[in-house]
Each structure stands twice: as structure tokens, then as C-alpha cells.
Design a protein around this ligand. Structure first.
Ligand code: HEC
Length: 107
């Protein structure tokens, strides 16, 4: 299984954009788009702002999506975001990677 994850992570470097497209599907099907616009802050911060905060720290972003990280974009509003993590924390690693790639593609 570890090997499989490594293969998927390796493939992500090559096929990053394909994974990001899959991440977009997850983002939309989980209702994230209702609060996160690509460029404008709405209920939640824009994807651009999130991508900038996590640039070069995909591992930390995945940790946050697993419900194990601390909010750093807009901690005062974390009470709104916290229940949303129920939709992401049980996702398999490859889907978390795809979702993180999609979010990070907005910087
Ligand atoms: C009901 C509105 C709402 C929905 C739906 C929502 N979010 Fe959020 N999100 C917020 C708010 C408000 C914040 C700002 C608080 C914070 O920074 O944690 C936020 C922050 C974030 C952050 C930044 C975390 C940080 O370090 O501060 C990420 C990443 C994120 N959301 C991802 C998602 C994903 C993925 C989904 C779909 C599963 C989602 N959000 C659904 C409102 C929402």
C-alpha cells in the first residue's frame, strides 16, 4: 500500500493537471464551491488566498483536510469550516492529494 501511495504521488508530478481536474470534481461534489470562490472571498476565503497560504506546503494542506491541522487562513471563522472537514477527513490519500492539487493550482 505504501508503494501504491508512492506511485500515485509520483504520478501526481507527471499528471498534476489530470489530478487537479479530479480534485475539482471532489471540490464541487462535496459542496466546497458553495463557500469558496476561485478569486473572491465569500463565506470562506478565496481559493487563491488559500493556495497562497499553503504554497509549497501541500503536506500541511492535506493535514488540515484530514482534520489534523490548525487553520491559518482565517482562524476566526474556523467554526464555520470545521464541520466541513467531515466531508474530507475520511477521503483516501489519492483523493486528498487531488483535492490539494486543485486548491493549490489557484495561486
Ligand atoms: C459553509 C461554508 C464552507 C464550506 C461549505 C466549506 N468551507 Fe472551507 N472555509 C470556510 C471558512 C469560513 C473558512 C475560513 C476559516 C479557516 O481558515 O479555517 C474556510 C477555510 C478553508 C480552508 C483554509 C484552512 C486554513 O488553514 O485556514 C481550506 C483549505 C478549506 N476551507 C477547504 C474547504 C473544502 C475542501 C471544502 C469542501 C469539503 C470546504 N472548505 C467547504 C467555509 C466553508
Amino acid at each position: 500500500m505504501k508503494k501504491l501511495v508512492a506511485v500515485i504521488a509520483g504520478a501526481a508530478v507527471v499528471a498534476g493537471s489530470a489530478l487537479a481536474a479530479n480534485g475539482q470534481q471532489i471540490f464541487q461534489s462535496k459542496g466546497c464551491a458553495g463557500c469558496h470562490n476561485p478569486t473572491v472571498d465569500t463565506v470562506g476565503p478565496s481559493l487563491k488566498k488559500i493556495a497562497q497560504a499553503y504554497a509549497g506546503h501541500k503536506d500541511e494542506l492535506i493535514k488540515f483536510l484530514k482534520g489534523q491541522g490548525k487553520p491559518k487562513v482565517d482562524p476566526a471563522k474556523f467554526a464555520i469550516m470545521m464541520p466541513q472537514l467531515n466531508a474530507t477527513k475520511a477521503l483516501p490519500q489519492d483523493q486528498l492529494e487531488a483535492l490539494a492539487d486543485f486548491i493549490l493550482s489557484h495561486k
